[in-house]
Design a binder for this molecule. Structure first.
Ligand SMILES: [Zn+2]
Length: 296
């Protein structure tokens, strides 16, 4: 499982957050669909694959997290929303705690999750009351939902500082062949260029494969910069590991002959004097997912 509920806070944690949670409580998580015990796995520094949660004793009856793999498989080919609604659960908002949202022009504070409370129901009927909508604490589960359900992007989504309310409109691909000034903040994405990223004491800068081309050469690529002078070692490590892990996932996919790319997703501020440059101020507002982005 890519996410689980923290038993103590009731919040849903994506597994990659285990890179930054210290210490990790091996008994502290449960399935967000059925409250079965969810064991954190592969989060230690020596682990090469992404962290995940495992329901070692299985899920309880009717758990929609368990059915998600099959649902996503179907959803990548066709719309799965029916008249009664969307058949799975999904993050419908980003909630950043303890900090202001980045690039929010109106500075509106993020509301605390109203339904983060833990459900303890374990039979069929009370399972139906569980939350179908949940609050993401990083952009990652939102980006996965965008990728996994290409024909259902009219699902509602609230992201602080972004004035759009569906997946379709919150996300925006950068222009593949042009550098432009984007009029409004969005959750931007573009393929990552694995060759050129710069990491030093002051910043991490990631180059993207979109931008301005001349004679078939990318001459002015978009770049995403994290000025991380004030970031803790844990936060720097969290972002660096994400990129490194995605890079090795990409290499594996390439060996298999898959069409998957590494996509960098971020919420950032476009530089006023250099339109190729975006600044990201928060480690939760950037992620890299290796997958194929489908456009219906
Ligand atoms: Zn479950």
């Amino acid at each position: 499982m890519e996410s689980a509920r923290d038993k103590r806070t009731g919040e849903i944690v994506d597994a990659e957050q285990l890179w930054i949670i210290n210490p990790v409580d091996p008994m502290g998580y449960e399935c967000r669909g059925c409250s079965a015990q969810a064991t954190p796995c592969s989060y230690r520094p020596e682990n090469k694959v992404r962290p995940y949660f495992s329901a070692k004793d299985g899920h309880n009856a009717g758990c929609d997290v368990e059915g998600e793999v099959a649902l996503v498989k179907r959803a990548r080919k066709q719309r799965v929303t029916i008249r009664e609604g969307f058949p799975g659960s999904f993050p419908n908002r980003l909630v950043l705690r303890d900090t202001r949202p980045v690039s929010s022009p109106d500075g509106s504070p993020t509301a605390p999750s109203s339904d983060g409370g833990r459900r303890t129901g374990s039979n069929g009927s009370s399972e139906r009351c569980r939350n179908r909508h949940w609050a993401a604490q990083t952009i990652r589960p939102i980006c996965r939902t965008f990728i996994n359900y290409p024909f259902d992007r009219d699902l509602p989504l609230v992201v602080p500082g972004v004035t759009a309310d569906t997946y379709q409109h919150v996300f925006r691909s950068l222009k593949s062949d042009q550098v432009i000034q984007y009029p409004e903040p969005r959750l931007f994405y573009a393929p990552i260029s694995w060759k050129a990223s710069i990491a030093d004491d002051d910043r991490l800068e990631i180059q993207l494969s979109y931008g301005e081309w001349k004679e078939r050469k990318l001459t002015r690529p978009y770049r995403v910069r994290m000025d991380w002078t004030d970031w803790s070692a844990a936060k720097r490590n969290y972002v660096s590991r994400e990129i490194e892990t995605a890079r090795s996932e990409y290499m594996t996919a390439k060996k298999r002959g898959d069409k998957e790319k590494g996509w960098l997703f971020f919420i950032g501020r476009q530089d006023e004097s250099d339109s190729t440059l975006f600044h990201v101020d928060d480690h939760r507002l950037v992620c890299c997912v290796v997958n194929e982005v489908i456009y219906p």
